[in-house]
Design a binder for this molecule. Sequence first.
Ligand SMILES: Cc1cc2nc3c(=O)[nH]c(=O)nc-3n(C[C@H](O)[C@H](O)[C@H](O)COP(=O)(O)OP(=O)(O)OC[C@H]3O[C@@H](n4cnc5c(N)ncnc54)[C@H](O)[C@@H]3O)c2cc1C
Length: 394
Amino acid sequence: MSPQNILISGGGLGGLSCALALAERGFEVTLLEKAAEFTEIGYGIQLGPNATRILKKFDLWDDAAKTAVFPEAMVFLDALDMKPWARIDLNAAFAARFKHPYVVIHRRDLLGFWLAACQRHPRITLHTSRGLARIADKTTHVEVECEDGSAFTGRCLIGCEGLLSPSRQYVVGDGAPRVTGFLAYRGVIPMDRLHDRTYEKSVIGWFGHNIHLVQYGLRAGDVLNNVAVFGSAAFARGEEDFGSPEELHAMFAQAHPRVRDFLEFIDLDRNWMMRDRHPVSNWTRGNVTLLGDAAHPTLQYVAQGACMAFEDSVVLSDCLARRLQDPHQAFLEYQEKRYLRCARIVLTARAFGSVLHAGGIERDLRNAIYRPRSPDSLHYEVDWIYRGIRETEI
Ligand SMILES: Cc1cc2nc3c(=O)[nH]c(=O)nc-3n(C[C@H](O)[C@H](O)[C@H](O)COP(=O)(O)OP(=O)(O)OC[C@H]3O[C@@H](n4cnc5c(N)ncnc54)[C@H](O)[C@@H]3O)c2cc1C
């Protein structure tokens, strides 16, 4: 074991970005991924300027920019009357303020760029089919055992296994995540199936009472990503079986017929439950820490879960590089720098979800408050998110 060998468990966007950030700081990294291959789901993801600047830092930007879409704006529309209630321009004023662009990109492309950089890196060793099962912190080093009986040793361990992270149960021990009763169905279609192209150059969302549908282009605008989300009435009634395609359609019955038509673009074979965890201030135990969704899983309503994982990776690698001999102290410093910002994302996402999903008089109030706001004035509202971590940390 090299004294600088660091174990990472989980090879999603969080684990791979962490591996590259640490290797660039001179560490030897061994990454253990449970699945048989590194992969992401075949849908899109939004990245704010706080994340695109990190892609630039790791020389992934040239590849990303070739396939990403650069939307003109984020447009928030009422799903019932189809009228816009807010718009955030991603224009010259946005670029001047945040210095880096807002993009939407295919998840597999994005994961592929991080993966290829990790595969090329001489200090990174990647293993698949290695699901972490047990952790033993021996103070001077950490031993882990995988589900197949294989064992690995490192100076310390970073748990990046996402929402259901076993490392989190070792460190925090807070059991299952919070189930919100909201579910997402997704679909990607060729762009030419979209008849009304009014908003094809923007990220748009149609919002109704406990429903929304988000659409944006991917792969240089060749395809359209669709995400339909709804709060399940069956879940609210305490039923165990909830979230069926029939429920999706029933919830969207309130929407304008032209919005309902977009459900044709949704793949009904699979759905994703919306879950998060209440923020914690301590996600470190001895020589083990957490990163990304393992540390601070969030709802998607401010589109920042993966962006936070990238920021974590930069800050964590910086803290470890300055405290080579003391990973525990480095991990405490990292979590101190990160926990409030990540908690703010988690709690803002919950609160903004209520705004997005408002019905009745709350919907009227939302529309009345936001409609007079100018597109550029909303840049102030997202300033704390998109400015990202301090220049000195990147
Ligand atoms: C509907 C939806 C939309 C979203 N939209 C956005 C968006 O627009 N922008 C954004 O920034 N974020 C978005 N997010 C959030 C984002 O997807 C997550 O925050 C991000 O993928 C988390 O990355 P991660 O690497 O921490 O976890 P994961 O992506 O969950 O990766 C965890 C990895 O660990 C592996 N693993 C699991 N168990 C083990 C084990 N025992 N041992 C080893 N490996 C293990 C898994 O196989 C997986 O590869 C969205 C989320 C949802 C649900």
